[in-house]
Design a protein around this ligand. Structure first.
Ligand code: CP
Ligand code: NVA
Length: 300
């Protein structure tokens, strides 16, 4: 593994290996065991979009590992004034030991990897959010044990989260059911791959997707970059919500996950969110441990 560009690039064994390392790093952090595996190393963090969790967890993660992290807003970098990503990649490769990037186009992340000579980590694109889903899989293992054979259900927009959940779920042997409105399905090529490589279904019916689920996921109706569509999307997505009826359709004791930020009473009711806050905030914490594992694997 040279980069983390998208989860489908990893084998199931590689994903589980990252999760095992993440569990170990979490134990070490909680027990005050020093784990400076990246002493003297530097991570650049390029952001073209806002972030709370990704920025803070990568920065603290590098500190925990004995290295340093640089916050690089695209507004302040020459990349924001049109310097080609191919040149930025070759320059930053001479200063840094790794780059985490949050941007719009998946192609920009792929170009950084192609032209640079250091590990590139995808911190979210319009296409996928692999770091988040590694944390999600880690959290499911913590609460439910093994991943293989469990049913994951995602309700909402066929966005970056949906794509990464499909890839991560199928790679680790989970059953994956997605419910999206017509014309808002996940990536068509990825869905074809999922159907050929595992137990995958996509429907417009949320209760059908949620039936007997072990873990329920949702995400915002309008992602970063879709602000102008937000009002129109409220109409399209009405009903694509995790609420009491969806919980009742799922397995008793179902777990609920949300990558955050959440919009209460849109994709999830306040009641369900608060009833499952323990799992949701553990998921947020696990961003730190999962990403530290990724950095140790790539930069260690
Ligand atoms: N879930 C997530 O990636 O959060 P941020 O946008 O705050 O980084
Ligand atoms: N789908 C959301 C995820 C945020 C972490 C977005 O792209 O804005």
């Amino acid at each position: 593994m040279d980069h983390l560009l998208k989860l489908a690039d990893l084998s199931g064994a590689e994903i589980l290996d990252i999760l095992d390392t993440a569990d170990r790093l979490k134990y070490q952090k909680k027990n005050g065991v020093e784990h400076h595996y990246l002493k003297g190393k530097a991570l650049g963090m390029i952001f073209r979009k806002s972030s709370t969790r990704t920025r803070v967890s990568f920065e603290v993660g590098m500190y925990d590992l004995g290295g340093t992290a640089l916050f690089l807003s695209s507004q302040d970098l020459q990349i924001g004034r049109g310097e080609p990503v191919q040149d930025t990649a070759r320059v930053l490769s001479r200063y840094l030991d790794g780059i985490m990037i949050r941007t719009y186009d998946q192609e920009e992340v792929e170009s950084l990897a192609e032209y640079g000579s250091i590990p590139i980590i995808n911190g979210l694109t319009d296409y996928c959010h692999p770091c988040q889903v590694l944390a999600d899989l880690m959290t499911i293992r913590e609460f439910r044990g093994d991943l293989a054979g469990q049913k994951m259900c995602y309700i909402g927009d066929g966005n970056n989260m949906a794509n990464s959940l499909i890839a991560g779920g199928i790679r680790t042997g989970m059953k994956v059911a997605v419910a999206c409105p017509k014309d808002y399905s996940p990536d068509a090529e990825l869905m074809k791959w999922a159907s050929e490589n595992g137990d995958f279904t996509c429907t417009e019916n949320i209760l059908e997707a949620a039936a007997n689920a072990d873990v329920l996921f949702t995400d915002v109706w309008a992602s970063m970059g879709q602000e102008s569509e937000a009002e129109a999307r409220k109409k399209v997505f009405r009903g694509y919500q995790i609420n009491d009826a969806v919980i009742a359709a799922a397995k008793p004791g179902v777990m609920v996950q949300h990558c955050l930020p959440a919009h209460r009473e849109e994709e999830i009711t306040e009641k369900v969110f608060e009833a499952h806050a323990r799992e949701i905030f553990e998921e947020a914490e696990n961003r730190l441990h999962a990403q530290k594992a990724v950095m140790v694997k790539l930069m260690g």
